[in-house]
Design a protein around this ligand. Structure first.
Ligand code: ZN
Length: 103
């Protein structure tokens, strides 16, 4: 017997094999927390971003988030949420803040 299911009830498999729960904090909140510590990659000091665009949001190296994790400023889930923004990254990859709280 063939049963019919509406399109909205079809569950697509997740190609990564993992679930993607929403981040505990927004990217902006995580950037603000990491901003309170120094960067682990460049000479960025607490309270200053790693990269300024002048007209857009400030940027922070992935190395700063790693240092913030070590310092207890952000959680492991926060770090995962940040690097998920980049997909491919090194410690020198710059993550730009989302000041409006947008992800
Ligand atoms: Zn930096």
């Amino acid at each position: 017997m063939i049963s019919w299911r509406p399109q909205s009830q079809i569950v697509m498999p997740n190609p990564t094999g993992t679930t993607s729960p929403p981040a505990a904090r927004s990217l902006h909140e995580i950037c603000e927390a990491a901003w309170r510590g120094p960067c682990g990659y460049c000479s960025g000091q607490p309270g200053e971003p790693c990269a300024y665009s002048g007209t857009g949001p400030d940027g922070y190296h992935v190395g700063r988030f790693a240092a913030a994790l070590k310092a207890g400023l952000i959680s492991g889930d926060d770090l995962i949420a940040v690097v998920r923004e980049a997909m491919f990254f090194t410690l020198s990859t710059v993550i730009y803040d989302a000041p409006d709280g947008a992800r």
